[in-house]
Design a binder for this molecule. Structure first.
Ligand code: 4NP
Length: 147
């Protein structure tokens, strides 16, 4: 596997955390895999990750503040070796766009459950929970542990 793209709905909460964390562990483990992220929706294109995602990532040593949201393209679906959705909605939307090699992040941990959308949660706890899920599943996806 040479490239992975993480795809949530807005590309401002969940998938930027996964991109930032994946970049960090891949670098730490000297693994050469291209990582990117995108959203199925276009509402937040060009925006930085949401503040709670930036904070929870920073608290864990990952700087995602310079990432900018973009919408998934057909070209992405053709070019990336693995497309990773976060929940059933992302999965179904990507399936409808004929994504091949499509998985859910939860397939790599947490018993296959969806990584929920923290955007509509009150407070920070949802982001901390989502961060833990992403960290565990990304470690398993690449068979690595953070140093
Ligand atoms: P994400 O969260 O999919 O994890 O980036 C969302 C952010 C914004 C919206 C939905 C989900 N929104 O509808 O604006």
């Amino acid at each position: 596997m040479r490239s992975v793209i993480f795809v949530c709905l807005g590309n401002i909460c969940r998938s930027p955390i996964a991109e930032g964390y994946a970049r960090k562990v891949l670098k730490e483990n000297a693994i050469d895999i291209i990582v990117d992220s995108a959203g199925t929706g276009s509402w937040h294109v060009g925006e930085a990750p949401c503040e709670n995602s930036i904070i929870v990532a920073r608290n864990n040593g990952v700087d995602i503040s310079s990432l900018r949201a973009r919408q998934i393209t057909k070209k992405d679906l053709d070019e990336f070796d693995l497309i990773v959705a976060f929940d059933e909605n992302n999965y179904n939307d990507l399936k409808a766009l004929c994504a091949k090699n499509l998985v859910k992040l939860g397939d790599y941990g947490y018993g296959g459950i969806d990584v929920p959308d923290p955007y509509f949660y009150d407070g920070f706890e949802g982001f901390e929970e989502v961060y833990k899920m992403i960290e565990d599943c990304v470690n398993n996806l690449f068979s690595v542990k953070s140093i």
